[in-house]
Design a binder for this molecule. Structure first.
Ligand code: AMP
Ligand code: ZN
Length: 116
């Protein structure tokens, strides 16, 4: 496991070197508002450890992935989203992943949305 990548923008957010609008933090995860939201509420849930993509996880990450997914509905409730939401993980080049630190988009709020 690589704990952190000094060139990774999300590792810098975890380290507090780049500001973010945090909505959740615990030992293993961070959640913050996407800087370019597609929806009225658009947050990213990331592991604190540097994992580049969903293709890089193994069985040892099952609990972490479960925790990330389980956080989504609690966050949406906390942020006032009451009518459903989308979860999305872009993986690799063909998955249109732009930031190579695993992250789950969680998007909600009244439509229309800019995308998605
Ligand atoms: P993708 O890798 O395509 O799944 O998406 C990366 C997401 O990260 C995009 O929605 C960006 O708007 C978002 N993003 C990039 N840099 C930042 C940042 N500094 N703070 C918050 N969100 C960011
Ligand atoms: Zn990283």
């Amino acid at each position: 496991m690589t704990a952190s990548d000094p060139n990774c923008i999300f590792c810098k957010i975890v380290a507090g070197q780049i500001p973010s609008k945090k909505v959740h933090e615990d030992d293993q995860m961070l959640a913050f508002h996407d800087i370019n939201p597609w929806a009225p509420v658009h947050v990213l849930v990331i592991p604190k450890q540097h994992i580049a993509t969903l293709s890089d996880v193994g069985p040892e990450h099952d609990a972490l992935l479960g925790a990330m997914l389980g956080l989504a509905p609690r966050l949406m409730k906390q942020l006032g989203v009451s009518n459903g939401f989308r979860t999305l993980i872009n993986t690799g080049r063909d998955g249109h992943q732009e930031v190579y630190h695993l992250h789950m988009h969680v998007m909600g709020g009244p439509r229309p949305w800019a995308r998605g």
